[in-house]
Design a protein around this ligand. Structure first.
Ligand SMILES: [Zn+2]
Length: 100
């Protein structure tokens, strides 16, 4: 999941590739991995699906153990991470295009 760090605004901003580190949907929240995967309202639906399959709320402290518990949990977590990162990449591409 964290290999997608280069599409988070908090990261892009630090390296001057984005004008703001903020999440476009959540004012004053930096868009970093923890925010996007565990808190951001943009991904509530996907997160709820994952939490239903894992049968628990996901948290940074417990997610790794939960995703390693069963094959279904692993698959669901991996699907969730892929969906979130794919979405962020397309938003980032759109933003880069609009700025040029
Ligand atoms: Zn957000």
């Amino acid at each position: 999941m964290l290999s997608g760090h280069n599409c988070f605004r908090a990261y892009l901003h630090r390296f001057k590739r984005d004008d703001s580190p903020e999440c476009p949907s959540c004012p004053e929240k930096p868009e970093d991995a923890e925010h996007v995967f565990f808190m951001c309202s943009r991904f509530n639906l996907q997160r709820e699906e994952l939490e239903t399959i894992l049968n628990q709320r996901i948290q940074p402290e417990t997610l790794v153990e939960a995703m390693l518990s069963t094959k279904a949990a692993w698959n669901a977590t991996s699907t969730f991470a892929t969906e979130v990162l794919t979405d962020l990449r397309s938003i980032e591409r759109r933003r880069a295009r609009d700025n040029n």
